[in-house]
Design a binder for this molecule. Structure first.
Ligand code: UDP
Length: 458
């Protein structure tokens, strides 16, 4: 797995899209590159950098500007305005950052940029850097976007199921939401399509997945672009079940609550008895939906650990926290990898963001998927029908997942016959994830090749 190697001096600049679900895997990947002998600097917009804990372990931190240094995304009037400014101010300040490191005598050799930021490749090429596009989401979702970008998937989709090489037949509800909900978030839709506008100029295309997980679609997409799989980016200490050396990696960069209470609470629960509930860093549920989840969890009779962000707290039913104090544990943010690696967790009730999905797969935790938007719908399809490690909730005619559905799905995973095979499958995927990043595994070899070529060049 990751072992310290002599530093050869090749220096990469990692540039994630500025959101939690994109920064986490980019930071983890950067640390893996450092463990293989590269130097790495991760740059985020100034506003985001203010929310970081000061240390990022072995990775240096630096900043660019997104044009909203005081409030970041929240300061912008629309998604469109934010993305326009991010590109304009980002391109200008990225060039300054590359020049600054040159002047200081530790120039970059390569930029690993989030594929959501294709303009970064244009800037890096002006300085002669190697460019590696980093696809944060899985191959299946990106292959669907690829088809849409090249007009191979005429929009709006009129007849279903849709057939795309390497993918199972897809109904509309299995497509990324930008495709299946007409006119939804046009600025974000453009963002995901634009990933392909100049990717042919990239020297590398890295995808945060592992080969066995998406074998067919990786093979199909690799015919069109020279991509390599490099995931899961999860630190090997979690995959190894070795939870020491915490200081080396630090917890999640944004994590601010003391985690000890949460882990202590989990440590005192029987094996596979707890449902971990989290909808990631962005999803906002309606009050009616929060209420149904709350009563469904209570009705299941199982212990639950629920991440309820500040913005969601007022939506909980009155007195719910107090009433469920024997069974429930509420946090505003959790050390998710550590939670999923804890033996007490038997099921992850998740929105199926790609990081959460691949983390659960890699740590062998079966899921109840309640996707909200973007790629989550496609991830949930794969969780249920392809990887068979979970169950996807059914939405009722009012667009709500009712309490009985929540309860039934949890029971199915925790106690049902299907749940038993999901648990077996979860163990299988965990083993394959560990193999992929262990010495000689598919992702490990790909990363070694990437590193070796950079070292020769530098
Ligand atoms: N996460 C966490 N603590 C939480 C909730 C989420 O550490 O309480 C992390 C999680 O491990 C994952 C990321 O935040 O790495 C969320 O990314 P994902 O793609 O699942 O969802 P998004 O937030 O992008 O919707």
């Amino acid at each position: 797995m990751e072992k310290e190697k002599k530093s050869y001096g090749a220096h990469i600049l990692a540039l994630p899209y500025p959101s939690q679900g994109h920064i986490n895997p980019m930071l983890q990947f950067s640390r893996r590159l450092v463990s293989k002998g590269l130097k790495a600097t991760l740059a985020t917009p100034i506003f985001i950098s203010k929310t970081f804990k000061p240390q990022a372990g072995s990775v240096q931190l630096d900043t660019i500007s997104d044009g909203f240094d005081e409030g970041g995304f929240m300061q912008a009037e629309s998604i469109h305005e934010y993305l326009t400014q991010l590109e304009a101010a980002g391109s200008r300040t990225l060039a300054q950052l590359i020049q600054k490191h040159r002047d200081l005598g530790h120039p970059f050799d390569c930029i690993v940029y989030d594929a959501f930021l294709p303009w970064a490749l244009d800037v890096a090429k002006q300085f002669g850097l190697v460019g590696a596009a980093f696809f944060t989401q899985n191959c299946a979702v990106n292959y669907i976007y690829y088809h849409a970008y090249h007009g191979l998937l005429p929009l709006p989709v009129k007849s279903t199921p849709v057939s795309i090489p390497g993918l199972p037949l897809l109904e509309l509800r299995d497509m990324p939401s930008f495709i299946h909900v007409a006119g939804s978030y046009p600025a974000y839709f453009q963002l995901v399509l634009n990933q392909f506008c100049n990717v042919h100029k990239a020297d590398w295309v890295l995808v945060n997945t592992f080969y066995k997980l998406e074998e067919e679609v990786v093979d199909a997409m690799a015919k069109l672009s020279p991509l390599i799989t490099i995931g899961p980016t999860i630190p090997s200490k979690y995959l190894d079940n070795r939870l020491e050396n915490e200081a080396e990696y630090g917890f999640d960069l944004f994590y601010s609550e003391p985690s000890a209470h949460t882990i202590n609470w989990l440590d005192n629960k029987p094996t596979r008895s707890v449902i971990y509930v989290s909808f990631g860093s962005m999803a906002c549920l309606s009050e009616a939906q929060m209420e149904e989840i709350a009563w469904g969890l209570k009705g299941s009779g199982h212990y639950f650990l629920w991440v309820v962000r500040d913005s969601e707290e007022a939506k909980l039913p009155k007195h719910f926290i107090h009433e469920t104090s024997g069974k429930g544990w509420f946090v505003k943010w959790s050390p998710q990898l550590e939670v999923l690696a804890n033996d007490a967790v038997g099921c992850f009730f998740t929105h199926c963001g790609w990081n959460s999905t691949v983390e659960a797969l890699s740590l062998g935790v079966p899921m109840v998927g309640m996707p909200q938007w973007t790629d989550q719908t496609t991830d949930a399809k794969f969780v249920e029908d392809v990887w068979k490690v979970g169950i996807r909730v059914r939405v009722d005619e009012n667009g709500i997942v009712g309490r009985k559905e929540v309860e039934d799905c949890i029971r199915e995973v925790m106690e049902g016959e299907r749940g038993k095979s999901m648990k077996e499958n979860a163990k299988k995927w965990r083993k394959l994830a560990v193999e992929a990043v262990s010495e000689g595994g598919t992702s490990d070899k790909n990363i070694d090749e990437f590193v070796a070529k950079l070292i020769i060049r530098s």
